[in-house]
Ligand binder design. Structure first.
Ligand code: G1P
Length: 291
């Protein structure tokens, strides 16, 4: 079993980041010097993925423009000898084979993934949620791909969250398998603390077997009146093997302001052009000193 394809659902309305996301897709907001979606694509590519489908909607065409060539701009940069900028602009367009499909109605994450059925065909595939940016030494998707390939199964990226936070995620019922890898028996979407299976939450990364599509096709709306991927996975884990990987790395939810700002600060502190300057700026600021 080889995972060569990935699906990135990016058809949400961005209601947690308004008014910035009224006309700019949230996936296109810059994290330091690149849009959020580029980090996701880079993680997929670093995990061995060759073909990527982005599920978009009618307000997201800035995304496909971004991953296209831009001859006028490139000629101008070339003439001006701006090689670094030219390389950065071209690189974004050459990252991967990117395909698009629209989710014509906003009916939930499960429905968005179902739109990938024709693209995926009959092979396992990765899912990377557009809001969740990971910082890790080994790409999180690769950690999942390795587990899925080893067990010939689906794999979910999980980490422990606090009992107060679990109602923002899905909670999984698991049993031990090996270090950081568990068998999955059940799950529920956005449970109240009294209904949760465990403190392990699914955090934005999945490797799924194609059996998920038949399940999603017949799924009734769940939490929030939407077709929930979690409800589909709940059925999938009953008929097919599924593992959960307690992945190594830090996850940022860039779909809300705090997560977005944390990611911005951490990434800027690590960036070769801004890191030392920003650390110095923050130090002076904290000490109330003039610079
Ligand atoms: C989605 C999923 C949920 C998952 C979460 C974090 O929720 O439905 O199961 O735990 O992402 O990856 P959302 O953040 O879209 O409400």
């Amino acid at each position: 079993m080889k995972v060569r394809k990935a699906v990135i659902p990016a058809a949400g309305l961005g209601t947690r980041m308004l008014p910035a996301t009224k006309t700019v897709p949230k996936e296109m907001l810059p994290l330091v010097d690149k849009p959020v979606i580029q980090y996701i694509i880079e993680e997929a590519v670093a995990s061995g993925i060759e073909d990527i489908l982005i599920v978009t909607n009618r307000a997201k065409s800035a995304m496909d423009d971004y991953f296209d060539y831009y001859p006028e701009l490139e000629t101008r940069l070339n003439q001006a000898g701006k090689d670094k900028e030219l390389y950065a602009v071209r690189r974004a367009a050459d990252l991967a084979n990117i395909f698009y499909v629209r989710q014509k109605e906003t009916k939930g994450l499960g429905h968005a993934i179902w739109r990938a059925k024709r693209f995926v065909g009959d092979e396992p595939f990765a899912v990377l949620l557009g809001d969740d940016i990971m910082r890790s030494s080994k790409p999180v998707t690769l950690q999942l791909v390795e587990a899925a390939e080893k067990y010939g199964s689906s794999a979910l990226g999980v980490q422990q969250v606090s009992t107060e936070a679990i109602s923002k995620y899905s909670s999984v019922q698991i049993g031990p398998l090996e270090d950081r890898i568990f068998s999955v028996f059940d799950m529920n979407e956005k449970p109240a603390p009294t209904e949760m299976f465990s403190n392990y939450a699914i955090l934005g990364r999945y490797v799924l077997t194609p059996g998920i599509f038949e399940i999603l096709e017949n799924l009734k709306p769940g939490y929030g009146g939407e077709i929930q991927l979690t409800d589909g996975l709940r059925e999938l884990c009953r008929v097919d093997r599924m593992v959960a990987v307690d992945f190594e790395g830090r996850r940022y939810d860039t779909g809300n302001l705090r997560g977005f700002l944390e990611a911005t600060l951490d990434f800027a502190l690590e960036h070769p052009e801004t890191g030392a300057w920003l650390a110095d700026y923050l130090k002076h600021r904290a000490a109330g000193l003039e610079r």
